[in-house]
Design a protein around this ligand. Sequence first.
Ligand code: AHZ
Length: 312
Amino acid sequence: PIPVNRNGVVGKKDLAVKAVDGNQAKTLAELEGKWESFMFSPIRESQVSRAMTRRYFTDLDNYAESDIVIIGAGSCGLSTAYMLGKQRPDLKIAVVEAGVAPGGGAWLGGQLFSAMVMRKPADAFLNDLDVPYEDEGDFVVVKHAALFTSTLLSRVLTFPNVKLFNATAVEDLITRPAPTATDPHAVRIAGVVTNWTLVSMHHDDQSCMDPNTINAPLVISTTGHDGPFGAFSVKRLVSMQQLEKLGGMRGLDMNSAEDAIVKRTREVVKGLVVGGMELSEVDGANRMGPTFGAMALSGVKAAEEALKVINE
Ligand code: AHZ
């Protein structure tokens, strides 16, 4: 039996003894051929619970005041987080993703095909990430979109100053009055209102499931084009009368779409930078379909725009 004290906690000394008994290998080579005597170090279930919940609630506490919140962890949101995390280890960056699996639409190239196409000069982003590709002249091809997305995700998650809250939806934006000479009702965005996505999906059949909040002087929204979850922030800007109307995403035209998305990546209202396909809804830009260079470079520009605002 595993020794536990009165509080149900395994004694540290006992754990150490068990660890030695349990043939704790430091390398896989040390495990080879020893499966008969093999055993894991002991654990009590509460230790697993506490290891997870203590960290999660510490993060919730810590990131309740963030420097930057990124809404959406698709190809644009993750590219933005990568640039910011890399350049500014001093900033606290919360990434809020509604889905359980971060990555948005970037796990496949297009339809259900594996490869991911990026038009030049987005190969510069792949070089920075160290993702291999084949050069086809004006564009490059990563052999599987998941190689791009998983590499990007692992880089982002390794930064100590970036926290991903997945399975968490942004339900609303926090605003503060910021009247201008032309608009006395203008606001600036000052953070996000969140809820676990499974809770967000049940507001119609359960009552009193109030949300949580993250305050931040800058929010970057990359929630994709309109859909059940997409274009979240810009639709909310219309309903709170900070944007008159949305332009609506136009049909597919790869050439004009990709240039437009990168060029128009900007602070749309004070405190809110918009990037990726969410922008196509604001400006009425074309869609580009299965070519991802604009998502990476919109992320690079969103980070640059964000730092301009932060440094103001
Ligand atoms: O789950 C969404 C997805 O992972 C997440 N998201 C949306 N609303 C949210 C909310 N709270 C939290 N309220 C939310 N998360 O945002 C992510 C968006 O990722 P995406 O891949 O859909 O958007 P993107 O702009 O990063 O990339 C677009 C990819 C496309 S669509 C397209 C076309 O149709 O032409 N072409 C490309 C390259």
